[in-house]
Design a protein around this ligand. Structure first.
Ligand code: IPM
Ligand code: MG
Length: 402
């Protein structure tokens, strides 16, 4: 941060990426600028060309200097990377390599994916309304270990007998730090933690379970349950309101969070924050992105739902910049725009009756509707301190990570 007059200024990196990434990042930047105008801060952006766009421009998904710029920033806002243009399975460079370089290189070991259902979006979900009542879960996905970072061999051998392999390694410290964070977050919420594994098959899951239970002794106030990932997948759609915080390894978290997005009406609604142990002068260093992909079929057509990215921006304000009031205001503005009937195509109601009260908008109009509703600081709407930065920082300290 630098101070000009008494205006605070933060240094953020924007990575629009590929497909709809530029559409949704532009929308979220507009909302963050409006929040800054309202709450007295400004943002100095550094734009980076990363992902498929990076491959086209520089031949690599992310350059060392881009990673360094990310490390020097207060936080990073990312749209999406990837697309059919770069999907050749034999290619040596792939857009997703940028994500893994950032997650691993910046030590962002925990990916926080909150899932709640705005009442106005119940008609957009394929699930029965009574199942959606009270849904408020937080998926904590381990982000720098497991299959994503394990050794792999690409196809070898002759046609007809080719083989490939991936490995799923986890060490005790990797499990302990994400589990500790999940317990802390559960403590600040409804005090229930579900640890998801496949301990009836995988050795890493048995270690996961052992370590999680050891850490549980430090959190007697939090109720811990273990669930096998297949049963958990079923439970997420059968009784989603029964979950509070879930913690799981990298690939399980990837899959379960896409599944859980159905509850919220659309993948386009869900934000995420990737954080680690590092603090800046203002909060946790972190990478914020919607959980959806690059949706190349609707790129550049003003069709994408920007809400997942805008809510990621709210998480950025809260966790990385310590601007909790501004974050609350952005979240309230999103809720107010939805209450006002604004809908992108992905959250359009399934019934004609519900659709009558709605207005179909594109990416830009949705962002404008949200900007218009950013009001001044107000009393919080009664949600718990889910993402209180103090909690997260205290956790990191507890874990000896700072
Ligand atoms: C996500 C995405 C990525 C992942 C892809 C794009 C590599 O699905 O962030 O959930 O699997 O982590
Ligand atoms: Mg995913």
């Amino acid at each position: 941060m630098t101070a000009r007059g008494d205006l605070r200024s933060y240094r953020l990196v924007a990575i629009p990426g590929d497909g709809v990434g530029p559409d949704v990042v532009a929308a979220a930047r507009g909302v963050l600028a409006a929040a800054g105008a309202r709450f007295g801060f400004e943002i100095a952006w550094t734009d980076l060309i990363v992902g498929g766009a990076g491959i086209d421009a520089y031949g690599v998904a992310i350059r060392d200097e881009d990673l360094a710029a990310c490390a020097e920033s207060d936080a990073i806002l990312l749209g999406a990377v990837g697309g059919p243009k770069w999907d050749d399975p034999t290619a040596m460079v792939r857009p997703e390599q940028a994500l893994f370089a950032m997650r691993g290189g910046l030590g962002l070991f925990a990916n926080l994916r909150p899932v709640s259902v705005h009442p106005a979006l119940v008609p957009a979900s394929p699930l029965r309304p009574e199942l959606l009542e009270g849904v408020d879960m937080l998926i904590v996905r381990e982000l720098t270990g497991g299959l994503y970072f394990g050794d792999r061999t690409e196809a070898t051998g002759a046609a007809g007998a080719r083989a490939a392999s991936d490995t799923l390694p986890y060490s005790e410290p990797e499990i302990a730090r994400v589990a500790g964070l999940a317990f802390e977050l559960a403590r600040g919420r409804r005090k229930r933690l579900t640890s998801v594994d496949k301990a009836n098959v995988l050795a890493t899951s048995r270690l996961w379970r052992t370590v999680v239970h050891e850490i549980a002794t430090e959190y007697p106030d939090v109720t811990l349950e273990d669930r096998l990932v297949d049963a958990c997948a079923m439970q997420i759609v059968r009784s989603p309101a029964s979950f509070d915080v879930l913690v799981t390894e990298n690939l399980f978290g990837d899959i379960l969070s896409d599944e859980a997005s159905v509850l919220a009406g659309s993948l386009g609604m869900l934000p995420s924050a990737s954080v680690g142990a590092r603090r800046t002068a203002h909060g946790l260093h972190g990478l914020y992105e919607p959980i959806h992909g690059s949706a190349p079929d609707i790129a550049g057509q003003d069709l994408a739902n920007p809400i997942g990215t805008i809510l990621s921006g709210a998480m950025l304000l809260r966790l990385s910049l310590g601007q909790a009031d501004a974050a609350d205001a952005v979240e309230r503005a999103v809720a107010a725009a939805l209450d006002g009937g604004y809908r992108t195509g992905d959250i359009w109601p399934r019934s004609v009756a519900a659709a009558e009260a709605c207005t179909r908008v594109g990416t830009v109009e949705m962002a404008d509707a949200i900007v218009a509703r950013i009001g001044p600081a107000a009393a919080p709407p009664g949600r718990g301190p889910d993402f209180d930065v103090g909690t997260l920082v205290a956790t990191s300290q507890l874990l000896g990570l700072l």
